[in-house]
Design a protein around this ligand. Structure first.
Ligand SMILES: NC(=O)c1ccc[n+]([C@@H]2O[C@H](COP(=O)([O-])OP(=O)(O)OC[C@H]3O[C@@H](n4cnc5c(N)ncnc54)[C@H](O)[C@@H]3O)[C@@H](O)[C@H]2O)c1
Ligand SMILES: O=C(O)C[C@H](O)C(=O)O
Length: 306
């Protein structure tokens, strides 16, 4: 299993590290445009192999896509991150050009690749990757919902004063401050609805905190987060590489599912060796349907900018 990660910055390196530590891939290629940067990150990570006990071979490349040839999965993290006070949508001017050229180069060297798009604004970048590569829709996956759901669980556990392993929850919709739809109605603590433990007001606070999860961290760090994003990507890569058939909310091209078409937005999917094996249509309440529709309108507006 060969995995390429384009962009050896904060998220790309974190993602490569988690993939290596989980030890399911034979090879990870890190590629960056900055001279020597990916090679340096790869060497540093390889020097953790004996300490962390993995056999995955990590190599670096400076913009040389021949090194990525034959990749089974490629992750696109290249592009600029936001600074405090910015929205993800404001990154489109620079990141669209980067994602376009990177997607084309990846597919040219690995025609059978499954692409995972991370660069922001992620739903629009995933849609752009479809437009420029023409890959079948099961082979382009946007990562946002897995991260947003992890942040939702963090906030739920905080409110419930429970261990995170005791809670479950999912966020669908666009990966944006306004567009996320945390499904509080379906959140649980060990199979019991969270609403049995928390007031409506407290659950709403959990929802609001989840939606601005990325912005909160950007305010604290001065740039956007990388540990949870890297871990979330590694989870998707592992589900595909190991044919796990796990459900994750991912940004995928919709063709009538949830009453939406011609956009990529976060919905639950089954991930396995074919990438998106199935889009799972769950029954949403009227309020959740309205929130998803509004989120889709926001994503479509951003798509118009490409
Ligand atoms: N979808 C998500 O959930 C999510 C989560 C976190 C970050 N992000 C996004 O991921 C992107 C990367 O964030 P980061 O914190 O790692 O940024 P970063 O600046 O640390 O790293 C980005 C890397 O991309 C490289 N790069 C730029 N243009 C390139 C090109 N044409 N080819 C190859 N490499 C190129 C840069 O040299 C840099 O090393 C941002 O757009 C950020 O908003 C998305
Ligand atoms: O918040 C950001 O800009 C980066 C990423 O989308 C995140 O949610 O951490």
């Amino acid at each position: 299993m060969k995995v390429t990660v384009v962009g050896a910055g904060a998220v790309g390196a974190s993602c490569a590290e988690y993939i290596a530590i989980k030890d399911f891939a034979s090879e990870v290629v890190l590629l960056d445009i900055k001279e020597g940067f990916a090679e340096g990150k790869a060497m540093d990570l390889m020097q953790t192999a004996s300490l962390n006990g993995f056999d995955t071979k990590i190599t670096g490349a400076t913009n040389d896509y021949s090194k990525t040839a034959g990749s089974d999965i490629a992750v696109i993290t290249s592009g600029i991150p936001r600074k405090p006070g910015m929205t993800r949508e404001e990154l489109i001017g620079i990141n669209a050009g980067i994602v376009k050229s990177v997607s084309e180069s990846l597919v040219k060297h690995s025609p059978d690749v499954i692409l995972i798009v991370v660069s922001n604004p992620m739903d629009t970048m995933t849609y752009l990757a479809h437009k420029v590569t023409g890959l079948p829709k099961n082979r382009i996956i946007g990562m946002g919902g897995a991260l947003d759901s992890a942040r939702f669980k963090y906030r739920l556990a905080e409110a419930l004063e429970a261990p995170i392993s005791d809670v479950d929850g999912m966020v669908i919709g666009g990966h944006s401050d306004k567009g996320m739809v945390p499904l509080t109605r379906l959140a649980t603590r060990n199979s019991v609805p969270a609403s049995e433990f928390l007031s409506e007001e407290r659950l709403d606070q959990v929802l609001q905190d989840t939606k601005v999860g990325g912005a909160t961290l950007t305010g604290l760090l001065g740039t956007s987060a990388w540990y949870a994003p890297g871990a979330a990507v590694s989870g998707l890569v592992q589900a595909i590489a190991c044919d796990q058939k796990k459900i994750f909310p991912c940004s995928v091209l919709l063709d009538g599912e949830y009453g939406l078409s011609d956009l990529c937005i976060g919905v639950p999917v089954v991930l396995g060796r074919n990438g998106i094996e199935k889009i799972v249509e769950i029954n949403l309440s009227d309020a959740e349907k309205d929130a998803l529709k509004e989120s889709a309108e926001g994503v479509k507006k951003t798509n118009e900018l490409i």
